[in-house]
Design a protein around this ligand. Sequence first.
Ligand code: GRF
Length: 216
Amino acid sequence: MLKIAVLVSGGGTNLQALIDARESAQIKNGNINLVVASRADAYALTRAEKANIPTRVLLRKNFDSAEAYSEGLADLLQENEIDLVVLAGFMTVISDTFVKQFENRIINIHPSLIPAFCGKGFYGLKVHEEALARGVKLTGATAHFVNEICDGGPIILQKAVTVQENDTAETLQKRVMQEAEWEILPKAVSLFCEGRLSVSAGKVKITEKGEQACNH
Ligand code: GRF
């Protein structure tokens, strides 16, 4: 069983999707061993406690620099022998050193079809406001590995969601979560845990069950 840590800052609906997927055995060969929050009031912590998952709170203000914060985070994950790090609405910036330490072992969920509406400043409602302002007919979500480029890492899975005529940023955000994020994040995590993801030249290859892959 691979050990998964989920990093959160907010409501934790993506964490909940992972917990549910684990409980229904949709996530194979992986357990959620730790939830780390960057805020003490994150509701995600309550979700973790209800599921009997150990939690830790790491506040940025208790560290001198962003680099020191990432070092503290890496130490915590290594102490817990974590194999896979999932960013599920984690709002604190992690350092390049951290990203290198966990190369191709950090998965993020982004609420658009990358490379549209992503990169610096594109988080939360802003992503959906920009999609509506541009008038796209399709948006969606992307599960990807994290590298040094913001939202620029290898893409694992994407799912499209249709924009409706009367959508607001809020309704669109909700549908993208329900129809795409909560589906593809657990799938991507399971594929990783099953050893079915490999990365080559910045692209992810998903192997069939039984086929040999695995670069982690
Ligand atoms: C999601 O929209 C996710 O795509 C983004 O942050 C939000 C987190 O929501 N990265 P939740 O805390 O999982 O409910």
